[in-house]
Design a binder for this molecule. Structure first.
Ligand SMILES: [Zn+2]
Length: 158
């Protein structure tokens, strides 16, 4: 019960202070609601991006699997073709080729193209070129530099 002008004054001061506090709290609530709204739109945006990234992953995975299947099929075909060719090569030459292939990073024979060994990329000198030229067509000739079997063709430059 308000009994004096001083009490009334105190009460009015308290009411004013509470009104200010209410105003401040309403500002805080407003700010929180705005932040919530912005966070929700960010969640929506990120969810959409996630969906698009997941779709892209699915698409790329499908392409990778298709490419792997193609490579597997090609590998199988080449292995069959190689077996046929290897069957027509004399055992000693095949053994030499396999040995060189193991020693020379998977390439045991190289084309001789315009007097250059395509295995090591070095050009044969005149003497070497003449020796290769003089060799019988079915003789096994090898690169002086890398030791690989040289495959002669009409473009060997001899
Ligand atoms: Zn060579």
């Amino acid at each position: 019960m308000v009994t004096s002008p001083k009490d009334l004054e105190n009460l009015q001061r308290e009411i004013a202070s509470l009104a200010k506090r209410q105003g401040d709290l309403e500002d805080v609530v407003l700010e929180i609601m705005e932040r919530r709204e912005s966070a929700q739109s960010r969640v929506t945006e990120l969810t959409e991006r996630l969906g698009s990234v997941e779709a892209r992953i699915a698409e790329v995975t499908e392409r990778r699997d298709a490419a792997a299947a193609e490579i597997d099929a090609e590998t199988a075909t080449l292995a069959k073709e190689r077996a046929v060719v290897a069957g027509s090569v004399p055992d000693s030459l095949l053994a030499l080729y396999e040995k060189l292939r193991a020693q020379r990073g998977g390439v045991g024979a190289a084309r001789l193209y315009q007097r250059r060994c395509e295995g090591c990329q070095l050009e044969l000198n005149i003497t070497e070129a003449n020796e290769v030229k003089a060799a019988e067509p079915d003789a096994v000739v090898r690169c002086e530099n890398c030791g690989r079997i040289l495959v002669r063709t009409s473009e060997s430059g001899l």
